[in-house]
Design a protein around this ligand. Structure first.
Ligand code: SF4
Length: 253
């Protein structure tokens, strides 16, 4: 995979290394949840979804806060889940690794290889916390969905973690330079993403080489913070039309 000069430059920076599952011995993937079949996660694909434990961010709209911490023992045994896949090869096109933040886990590339050896495709949903881990996974990935939570300078307003946008910017360059099928997506809530911030993000994505952008409505549930309200927030048509002037194809879902 040719990462391109800009991606090679970002990888040469000393990004903090994730620690989960690092060590001399191979450790199985730490799985916090499993969806046997979904046709909505990866458009056009029938997938099983593996939810990997662990995420250091605290997004106000996180739908899986129970996956943020890593328990001492994996709640579900990866090798046992893997063994359920061969009898289902006719029903599945792919396995998508999600979370939590799946690239937190050093065992992710090995798990991806095991899925590929079954003849299934591999998808990845990531918030882009760890550029070096993403670079290691991208050659194994057939499709990657990268969450872009807000303008990179404003990430703390969503994640509650200072300067958390910097590694995501690096991951954006990696994804765009990889040539892999991908989706860049942003969850919209008016309190988190005022129009000026969103327009700045749209221009940043366009300048980085993005062509397509998915704006997702905010959906409250029992896990999202009450300060965001209890009403589904769809991006208004006028806002989408304004953003489209930047030259990105925008899908609203
Ligand atoms: S990055 Fe994802 S898993 Fe982590 S806190 Fe945010 S929404 Fe939750």
């Amino acid at each position: 995979m040719n990462l391109g000069a800009s991606a090679a430059a970002v990888l040469s920076r000393p990004w903090p290394a994730p620690s989960a599952n690092d060590g001399p011995q191979p450790v199985p993937l730490d799985v916090g949840g499993f969806t046997p079949l979904s046709d909505t996660v990866w458009p056009g694909q029938r997938v099983a979804v593996v939810l990997v434990q662990g995420c250091p961010w605290r997004c106000h709209y996180c739908h899986h806060p129970s996956l943020q911490a890593r328990t001492e023992r994996s709640p579900q045994a990866w090798e046992r889940l893997l063994a359920t896949l061969p009898p289902r090869l006719g029903q599945l096109d792919a396995v998508v690794f999600s979370g939590g933040e799946p690239t937190l886990d050093a065992a992710l590339p090995r798990a991806m290889m095991q899925v590929k050896e079954l003849g299934l495709r591999v998808g990845l949903q990531t918030a882009g916390l760890y550029p070096n881990r993403l670079a290691a996974c991208l050659p194994l990935v057939d499709w990657v969905a990268l969450d872009i939570k807000t303008a990179f300078e404003a990430y703390k307003t969503v994640t509650s973690v200072p300067v958390s946008g910097e590694p995501v910017r690096a991951c954006l360059d990696l994804v765009l330079g990889s040539g892999k099928d991908h989706e860049l997506r942003t969850t919209w809530h008016p309190d988190l993403l005022p129009e000026a911030t969103l327009m700045h993000l749209a221009r940043t994505l366009k300048a980085a080489g993005a062509r397509h952008w998915v704006l997702q409505a905010y959906h409250p549930d029992a896990c999202t913070e009450s300060c965001l309200g209890s009403v589904v927030c769809h991006p208004p048509e006028a806002l989408v039309a304004h953003l489209s002037q930047v030259g990105l194809a925008i899908t609203v879902r």
